[in-house]
Design a protein around this ligand. Structure first.
Ligand SMILES: NC(=O)c1ccc[n+]([C@@H]2O[C@H](COP(=O)([O-])OP(=O)(O)OC[C@H]3O[C@@H](n4cnc5c(N)ncnc54)[C@H](OP(=O)(O)O)[C@@H]3O)[C@@H](O)[C@H]2O)c1
Length: 331
């Protein structure tokens, strides 16, 4: 089997190389693509070196079974025809096709079956904040229908890509050395700060990131669920955190919620407040699961439950989710 990674030099592309190696994803041939900036760079996978080729229009994807694409929405739109024309399944990490009715939006723990119906040969990976939220939500939805969600996110710098991680690291160094602090990837200095804006502002004062959580959750869960989000960029390097309040049709006890989370695929419960055990971004970094803790009743709503959820968004929020989709299709 021949696979391709488009955007190999990026934060998600680099994680894809790790994930296919760790999971021993079956391939005989691997082609890496990027722009002219990374053309010729060499990366290793399963002990073998691979050189990045420049992504061009043409027939480079002939014979490629799966293309994992993470080079931004405009690249996905521009090259979609070239990638899918000869039968390649494009698993796309960008927002380009997520809300297209003929493109399934898939989180394997929630709606794996949707991946089978992809008439355009494109399957979209949801937004990272949505992926880590719907995995535990699915476990609760199976007990009682979730009507409403309020969520506040605490999103790591790496959600904005490899150069954004470097910017945060540089800003801490610049601050400590009393140097000029360079701000390019975020609207303000992120080091020692928090920014209540992820992506640009859209309708009614919500950012695009917040609206993605609204629309994508409904599509993935095939539900009339409503999601009201506030997305905040925080100076963590990697792994997003979310504070989630849900309202269900009938109340779910804390014990039942914990049991459902413990049984759910892809969820690990860390919830022992007496011993200060709860999920955090640093220990979640590089891990596959969505970590859930601080499970408790919502004091403001008799049908409410609240919990804290952390996951490595480059991994489960992007690379791992994409590879799991391909694994599902192979099975
Ligand atoms: N970071 C996350 O946590 C995360 C999570 C979920 C989804 N995503 C999505 O995944 C995509 C990639 O994100 P990222 O964080 O990996 O970004 P990134 O670190 O900035 O990497 C971007 C990648 O795109 C490539 N690229 C840019 N222009 C290109 C072109 N014209 N032709 C071919 N390749 C091109 C770059 O290659 P060169 O180095 O050669 O320019 C680089 O490999 C985005 O759509 C993002 O929204 C990211």
């Amino acid at each position: 089997m021949h696979i391709a990674i488009v955007g190999a030099s990026g934060a998600v592309g680099q994680e894809l190389l790790k994930v296919v190696e760790e999971r021993n994803f079956p391939f005989d041939e691997l082609t890496l693509f990027g722009s002219e900036r990374s053309e010729g760079k060499e990366y290793f996978c399963k002990g073998k070196p691979y050189k990045v080729r420049q992504l061009r229009h043409g027939d480079d994807f002939k014979g490629v079974r799966f293309a994992f694409v993470s080079a931004g929405a405009s690249v996905s739109k521009e090259f979609m025809e070239d990638i899918t024309r000869f039968g390649t399944i494009m698993i796309d990490n960008s927002s380009a096709f997520r809300m297209d009715d003929s493109v399934p939006l898939v989180v394997p723990e929630v709606n794996a079956g949707d991946a089978k119906f992809c008439p355009r040969r494109i399957i979209a990976n949801p937004n990272c904040t949505t992926i880590q939220m719907v995995v535990p939500l699915k476990a609760l939805e199976d007990i009682s229908h979730i009507k409403r969600v309020h969520v506040a996110t605490y999103q790591a710098a790496s959600g904005a890509g490899a150069t954004a991680m470097t910017e945060l690291e540089n800003q801490y160094r610049q601050y400590l050395n009393n140097e000029h602090i360079v701000v390019e990837r975020f609207p303000y200095q992120l080091a020692y700060n928090m920014i209540p804006q992820v992506d640009v502002f859209g309708e009614d004062g919500y950012t695009k990131e917040e609206l993605k959580m609204y629309h994508e959750t409904r599509k993935i869960m095939h539900s009339d669920i409503v999601v009201s989000a506030t997305c905040v960029r925080v100076p963590a390097l990697r792994a997003h955190s979310e504070s989630i309040w849900i309202e269900t049709e009938s109340p779910i006890s804390v014990e039942n919620a914990r049991r459902a989370f413990e049984r759910a695929d892809g969820v690990t419960v860390i919830d022992d407040p007496d011993n200060r055990q709860y999920p955090m971004p640093l220990p979640a970094t590089g891990k596959n699961d969505v970590f859930v803790g601080r499970i408790r009743k919502d004091l403001a709503n008799p049908n409410g439950l609240t919990f804290w959820c952390v996951s490595d968004q480059i991994r489960k929020g992007a690379a791992l989710n994409a590879v799991q989709i391909a694994e599902y299709l192979i099975r």
